[in-house]
Design a protein around this ligand. Sequence first.
Ligand code: FES
Length: 165
Amino acid sequence: MNEENDLTVILTPERRNRAHLIDILQDIQNGHGYLSKEALLEVAKFLDMPASSVWGVATFYNQFRFTAPGKRPVKVCMGTACHLAGGQLVLEATARELDIEIGGITTDREFSLERVACIGCCALAPVVTIGEQAYPRMTATKIEEVLVTIKPAASETEAGTGSRP
Ligand code: FES
């Protein structure tokens, strides 16, 4: 995927207005998984805004991330239903098991961790997604078990795709 082309699709003439800044940032993140420094500079130029202002807006909202996500992004829902059902404990257990902080990425770049707002399946709270897969009614123990099961498979995939010298 070519980032320059993607931005051309997003930065269309009708959006050349500062009122569209959040929409533009959301579209870039949806397409790329994060907001790169280059993309933020391009947006600043497009909207004729200081880069520091774009950065200030982007960092104000915790929905944006500024580093590339892992191959399997782990998202722990912290919407109201999930929070009330123990989402914080699930989030802490996930961070512990992956040995990364919220917003971080594992050293092999396999997993990243973020907290997200409601993902629309509150009846199954608390919910975690790993890649495209949703894991309902998680507990700290259950998410640890899921990750322990997934991590070796991820390592094998990595080894299988690696090139030999
Ligand atoms: S609050 Fe988590 S799915 Fe709605």
